[in-house]
Design a protein around this ligand. Sequence first.
Ligand code: HEM
Length: 521
Amino acid sequence: LSTFQWPNPLLSYADNQLYEGPMNLLAVGCPRRENTTTSAQWLRIAYNDMSTHDVDDGTGGLDASIMYELDRPQNVGEGMVQSLQDFNDLGIITPFFGMADIIALGAVYAVVGCGGPIVPYSAGRVDATVAGPATVPEPQQNLTTHIELFRQQGFNETEMIALVACGHTLGGVRRVDFPLIVTDTSIDVDTFDTTPAFDNTIVSQYLQNTTQDILVVGPNVTRSDLRIFSSDGNVTMQSLLSSDTFSDTCAALLQRMINTVPSTVNLTDPIAEPFQYVINDPLFSYQNGTFNMITALRVVSPSASATVTLLWADRQGNSFCPSTGCSLQSSSDQPVFFSVVGQVQGLTASRYSFNATINSTSSISKFWFEINNNDGSDPIVVDNGGSGFVIEQDPSLTLFVDIMRSELILQETSVSFNEVIKVVVAVLGDAASTTASMTAFTPFSNATVPPFTPTTTSISLELDETNPPEGGFTFFTGNVTNFGSVTFLDITANVGSTSFTVDNFNLGTASDFFPFIQITS
Ligand code: HEM
């Protein structure tokens, strides 16, 4: 398995969405939706969004510009809007992982969820803010036009044939949207082949002349699949009769498809398997001369007898161990529920949790782990490639969301209940010369139709009366009222003329650790 160098917020978020994310629930088992499948809709939107790419000038590609292109005939279909609605409702957009990354992730889940191969996933796409060119192929266009459109997208003729087969193994053509193609009024969605699965039935039925693909056997002008599939005398289609070849070819082409992005965009290395070890970003609280640090380590395929120890070095970076200790065994371990992507790889994992008490004077400069399999073998040291997981005093212990002082508050009256997150921010500095502010990121768009774009709002931070200054820290507080919808915070503190910032603090994850307060009136 591959190793992960912390910190890398984009890569760890991508791993998390791929192996533990909520998208799994919508894709696992290839669920049906209105005579097609959710997966078919997700795969089609990924292709249509990518279709704006132009290899000649490096513009366009999978950039979520589809959100601004839905009024075009080439993008008709309820599946487009439904897919974007799915992605918006998941609430997984972050300041660094936008709709384009989610459309690409949707394609990966779509394929594997319907029994297809794992398409290695990379993140880092950039969302467009305007429409791209109208370059999605349409069924009534001739072969020459299609060859040229695929060339512009970066695919040669053989690749075009295979990519269309890989796409049209899922779903079909909707009569309401294409009444001139689907003329049989008893059919809502005319599926391309007889199986909803991601398999090569589309190929075998075409070669056996038993295909029901309406873009092969339908009205002459719109037989685009026939023109494409037969364009090389069926040589490519013959090769795809081997299900291994079909699977490998589709995985490679679909990976290229979702990685087709403007030339200015840099994607992460592909994630083909979960990282062997990933940590939960450490969270802190300060009280009575001690820091509490909460973190966790996910271990893929741990030994059943394994025990995991957290160790840390003090502020000076040496091994001076205060009487309060500098190592700790995990307080609990939980099996990780892997998504279908991890399950088909036959992998399991556990997450080992830690809540360390750290003397605030000697403090902490880095931490690492030891995994002891308790079988006589040497412990495995997980130290982030040798450097340890480094905690910089500034900003990590100068400005942080204090997770024990923050609160999840449920206010209940006889007629309503209201949930509020009280965020408490600790700043190393005296109250007289310190100010703080934060902005909150909400992934959910209130729009009823695309484009769905996230919003940010400013939330003022005031001196917290209930948490008076202590140990050099001043505490500020602000309320997040739209509970559950704010997922990330950017926080700034000014101490005298020095400015500290914490960007992309994951409030969604951290608030799981906030004390829960119920107020009934
Ligand atoms: C010349 C190229 C292509 C043409 C003309 C074409 C045309 C179409 C049309 C007209 C539909 C029906 C859409 C609807 O009724 O909602 C469709 C569906 C679909 N297409 Fe294509 N397509 C092409 C290439 C591709 C490629 C390369 C992929 C992906 C790799 C793809 C994936 C899909 C999928 C998954 C569906 C089913 C959608 C659903 O059931 O909701 N298509 N295509």
